[in-house]
Design a protein around this ligand. Structure first.
Ligand code: HEM
Ligand code: HEM
Length: 124
């Protein structure tokens, strides 16, 4: 598995979704989902593109378990967080029922970033 390519491709998929939601908000005038749109673009596109470029520029970071752990922790955490936020802010799921899921998703993203940092420390 090529971590850099995977981060870059999935990041741009998030950009498509983020721009789609942004255009919908612009057209409808309903900006309720602005934080969801913002984080699809930022957590999805911006971070994943930066990660993808980092693994491309520093190939030494590509070996071992750290990049794989980072990739999957970031993917799982972001997907759960963003879908959860979409459902909650869109009024489809009550905050009380989805609320406990968010800290887990955030922890997953955070653990991924720790893997990235350790990897940077060793190889950058
Ligand atoms: C065609 C592309 C885009 C459209 C049509 C669009 C549209 C919008 C709209 C309508 C809002 C709500 C503004 C408000 O309520 O004040 C918004 C907010 C935001 N957008 Fe976009 N957007 C686009 C692309 C992007 C991209 C590429 C990013 C980041 C890389 C981004 C980041 C943000 C952020 C951070 C906010 C929240 C701003 C705030 O709450 O102050 N957007 N966007
Ligand atoms: C686990 C990751 C993250 C969590 C839990 C998180 C959480 C939050 C929360 C609770 C807000 C306030 C939203 C509101 O007032 O409606 C916010 C706003 C914001 N965050 Fe994040 N954030 C995360 C990652 C990021 C990243 C990676 C970026 C940038 C690369 C970012 C950029 C922003 C910006 C620009 C705003 C203001 C725009 C807005 O109000 O929608 N966040 N974030």
């Amino acid at each position: 598995m090529n971590i850099s390519r995977s981060f870059l491709l999935i990041g741009s998929l998030y950009l498509l979704v983020g721009i789609g939601l942004g255009s919908h908000m612009g057209a409808s005038g309903d900006h309720t989902l602005a934080p969801v749109h913002a984080h699809i673009n930022l957590l999805g596109f911006v971070l994943m593109t930066l990660f993808g470029l980092a693994y491309r520029v520093m190939p030494a970071m590509g070996g071992g378990m750290l990049p794989k752990a980072h990739f999957w922790l970031h993917q799982a955490g972001s997907l759960v967080l963003l879908i959860g936020l979409f459902l909650m802010m869109g009024g489809m799921v009550a905050a009380e029922s989805i609320g406990p899921v968010f800290p887990l998703a955030e922890l997953s993203i955070l653990a991924g970033v720790v893997c990235f940092l350790v990897n940077l420390w060793r190889h950058a």
